[in-house]
Design a protein around this ligand. Structure first.
Ligand code: FPP
Ligand code: MG
Length: 325
């Protein structure tokens, strides 16, 4: 399993249990789901959402084994959303191999996502913890809202940068925030500490998605395991492009792009080159840095209860900026 490169000794055993339990969930399904599940989980997921949840719940000397199912549920929801997302984005590659909708079909990918979502809620319901359920339901609600809003976007909309931050806030940062908040809740923190965790996760999540969107232009697809310029190909409007549109609106290649709200064939390469030659990538990275810094500051305000915990959280924010995948 590939993780973001930081030391996670604190919850190493729990993460191994998360992977084991994920395997059990898939093995308990019928052969068709097993086939899809073996394929999608036999990869290099970063398990970042279970990681955040477990770190937030971590307490010195306390056993976290009762939280494994909840951590697994968060990973199942994430995987379900990716199965759907690759259909929506028409992305052919995920984690270095054919996306599920390419290997099978849109129908299989969407239905398998639905199945994983149902298994996630099955695991969560058994906790009978309604505040936790409320957090997780809001994660899914926010993700869906953010996706729909971004899908309705077009390049002539005003205030694109603010809108973009709201989309990624809903579709990605809310998930990170919810994992942190739920972990803090189940770890026994009071409301103000839970909200601090949520803020940490939100800022981390924005930084994470900014880097994700940057890597779509600057990344090496053998590392990201995703197609290069995938967002541009599928008219997903992200900050590197938004910044380019703002600065080069009069340039023919960009004005054509805005007029048609898309680029086709060889135009993709020309628009991508304009993005790469401008300051969109550096601007996006700088924004990611700002949010990662905010997360690091918040991590120092948390009641960490463990001398390494704050360090891990700060490292997590920093390493996220260096990630190549
Ligand atoms: C990846 O974004 C996708 C998300 C962060 C959220 C996807 C959410 C949904 C499809 C709605 C909720 C659905 C379910 C089943 C809970 P990206 O396309 O920017 O990242 P990528 O480059 O990894 O594809
Ligand atoms: Mg996508």
């Amino acid at each position: 399993m590939s993780k973001l490169e930081f030391k996670l000794d604190l919850i190493e055993q729990e993460l191994a249990l998360v992977n084991k339990r994920l395997g059990e969930i898939i093995e308990s399904a019928g052969p068709e789901i097993q086939e899809v599940g073996d394929y999608i989980f036999n990869g290099t997921g970063k398990r970042i959402r279970p990681t955040l949840f477990l770190i937030a719940a971590y307490r010195d000397g306390k056993n976290l084994s009762h939280l494994i199912d909840a951590a697994v549920a968060l990973e199942l929801i994430h995987t379900a959303s990716l199965l759907h997302d690759d259909v929506i984005d028409q992305a052919d590659l995920r984690r270095g191999k054919d996306a599920a909708h390419i290997k099978w079909s849109n129908k299989i990918a969407v239905l398998s996502g639905d199945y994983l979502l149902s298994r996630a809620f099955d695991l969560l319901v058994s906790y009978q913890d309604w505040p936790m359920m409320n957090i997780v339901v809001n994660i899914v609600r926010n993700m869906s809202e953010g996706e729909v809003e971004q899908a309705f976007a077009n390049t002539s909309m005003p205030d694109l940068e603010e809108r973009y931050l709201s989309w990624i806030g809903k579709k990605s940062a809310s998930f990170f925030a919810g994992c942190c908040e739920a972990g803090s809740l189940l770890g026994g923190d009071g409301r103000s500490e839970q909200l601090l965790w949520s803020k940490y996760g939100y800022n981390l999540g924005i930084a994470f998605q900014l880097i994700d969107d940057l890597l779509d232009y600057t990344g090496d697809n053998s590392a990201t395991g995703k197609p290069i310029y995938g967002d541009l190909n599928n008219r997903v409007i992200t900050l590197p492009l938004i910044r380019t549109i703002k600065q080069h609106r009069k340039q023919e290649v960009i004005s054509n792009f805005i007029e048609n709200n898309q680029a086709c064939g060889s135009q993709i390469g020309v628009v991508a080159r304009t993005v790469l030659d401008g300051d969109g990538p550096a601007y996006t990275y700088k924004k990611a840095e700002e949010y990662a810094d905010k997360a690091a500051v918040l991590s120092r305000q948390l009641n960490s209860q463990h001398k390494y915990k704050a360090l891990v959280l700060e490292q997590l924010a920093h390493n996220l900026l260096l990630r190549k995948k």
